[in-house]
Design a protein around this ligand. Sequence first.
Ligand SMILES: Nc1ncnc2c1ncn2[C@@H]1O[C@H](COP(=O)(O)OP(=O)(O)OP(=O)(O)O)[C@@H](O)[C@H]1O
Ligand SMILES: [Mg+2]
Length: 360
Amino acid sequence: MADIAISHLVKTYPGGKERATDDVSLNISDGDFTVLLGPSGCGKTTLLRMLAGLEFPDSGSISVGGRDVTYLPPNKRNMSMVFQSYAVFPHRNVRYNIGFGLLMAKKAPEEIARKVAWAADLLQLTPYLDRLPAQLSGGQRQRVAVARAIVMDADVLLMDEPLSNLDALLRLTFRSELKKIVQDLGTTTVYVTHDQSEALSLGDQVAVMRKGSIAQLGNPLDVYDAPADRFVGGFIGSPPMNFINAAVSGDGDTLVLGEQRLRAPSILRSFANNDVVLGVRAENVSVDTTRSSGDIPATVLVVEPMGSTVLLTVDVDGQSIKVQAPPTFRTEPHETIWLTFSPHTMRFYDGATSMALEAK
Ligand SMILES: Nc1ncnc2c1ncn2[C@@H]1O[C@H](COP(=O)(O)OP(=O)(O)OP(=O)(O)O)[C@@H](O)[C@H]1O
Ligand SMILES: [Mg+2]
């Protein structure tokens, strides 16, 4: 079993002013695909390298299958890693590059040949086994890096932005292939990315990181649907979640948006007379060219046809938000349109702390 328990990991690099990871705790079930997601510098690679044994923490612990591995060297952990820059040997052919780890582990030549053939087949590299990396496309080179990791039969697969060197289209194709391969292998996987769409599409669970800490941990749908704070809502989703300053009326029944009034969901009862921030996803606002009761007027600023939808940037009482309209929706800048917010998709945040409000 390869359950991973990461507990209170703290790491400061020599000379570093801030903690690269700051009290990170995370449990990963055997066979799960966990994504570490966050902006550049938030500590994703550092956390992955501590899992691999390439860095040691200042304090905290890592155990795998109940065994404390915190200070074990990499070769005693049975994990294999795909690095952020695919480090293939340029003067060795694909066959050698894929089998390299097995060669180092002094496996028998027949076993190496069998595993290399298996991984090459899985990653569609069989025709290229005798080529040098320079004779491959970026996507094929990336496949070599993944093949080299999966031949090791590791308990845990660690991947650091394995798709980052690919162009947008290849990323999409390889993403689905990678998901299928890892699903079929059933290996516990920890995958680092700063791309929110990759995190949503691949992860069984997503840990959204910020400045060395985990801001939210959950399954992708929950994290998308109910961000724990404004940072997570702004980082996940394309476009990011809209945030609108609002106030709750004295009786707690009404949400006041500038001149506009909406019925306040019950969670706001205990926030009467308080300023709040309304968080709403672009696809959860419906738009109309004619007014119905309860609608909020908005002035169209920008119209961006996206194919399957039209993305509108609109002004609501001096605040700019993005909403999604059906592809057939016709409007022009400066026109007034009417918005409906569906109550069950509205999220609320504390203006000062940015944390999600919870019913008191
Ligand atoms: N070897 C190092 N020595 C000193 N500081 C480091 C070292 N490696 C990383 N850091 C610092 O630790 C913090 C976390 O870095 P890390 O590489 O883990 O971020 P990341 O989330 O992987 O970012 P990216 O998305 O850019 O790869 C950053 O502030 C970085 O500058
Ligand atoms: Mg990194």
